[in-house]
Ligand binder design. Structure first.
Ligand code: PCA
Length: 214
């Protein structure tokens, strides 16, 4: 199995993005799967084409996109991507879409096509926190997740895809308000590795309710 794993470049005034920093720390092979790493731009119009270029070059079985979710306390596995671009801040090219569909002819939403609960479970089984999330937001991360799932649904049959958000790395929060959640880059990378392991080992989806009440 071949897994293409992307991480975004820094955005929103940060000088690093823990997503790509953690991706770089991943081994080149996980549970027998070949891991291909790629940095992609935090730009609405460029992130999808950048991933598609990687798909064309490497022919992966699975694409996993990783992004920073500052304010979340641990790695979260996204279940849903919505067909909406609504940016609270400009992206790295100065684009700030509002009320825009990502794909005018696409469905309202796509679900991740990796076993999201098995991924959460495997991270937890290794002693690290991990949660399912039902919204990847409406910024560039949701955009890439939606567009990659749309590519898989329309152009690359058999390709599976999913998205994980990571918290701030601890060193990013030195000047931020007391209580801003963060984790060490090493533990973020470990959680990602166990997440990827569940995908690489083709784990069956877990039959356990993980829903939230809000
Ligand atoms: N996080 C942003 C975009 C890039 C990234 O790493 C997001 O969650 O949309």
């Amino acid at each position: 199995m071949k897994i293409l794993i992307t991480g975004f470049d820094p955005f929103g005034g940060e000088t690093v993005n823990p997503a790509y920093e953690a991706v770089k720390l991943l081994p080149d092979t996980i549970a027998g799967a070949q891991i291909i790493k790629m940095e992609i731009p935090t730009v609405f119009s460029q992130c999808g084409p950048a991933v598609e270029a990687g798909i064309r070059e490497h022919h992966p079985d699975v694409v996993l996109n990783i992004g920073q979710a500052g304010g979340r306390s641990c790695v979260t596995v996204e279940r849903v991507a919505v067909n909406l671009a609504e940016a609270g801040i400009p992206d790295n090219a100065g684009e700030q879409p509002m009320d825009q569909p990502l794909q005018p002819d696409g469905p309202a939403a796509y679900f991740a096509t990796i076993p999201v609960k098995a991924v959460v479970q495997n991270v937890r089984d290794h002693g690290l926190p991990c949660h399912l999330s039902y919204s990847a937001g409406t910024y560039v991360c949701n955009c890439v997740m939606y567009n990659v799932l749309h590519l898989a649904a329309t152009k690359y049959p058999g390709l599976r895809a999913g998205f994980l958000h990571v918290p701030y790395a601890d060193f990013q929060t030195a000047g931020k308000p007391n209580g801003t959640p963060s984790a060490s880059l090493a533990s973020i990378a470990k959680a990602l590795e166990y997440a990827v392991e569940a995908v690489a080992a083709s784990r069956e989806e877990v039959r356990e309710a993980m829903g939230t009440t809000h």
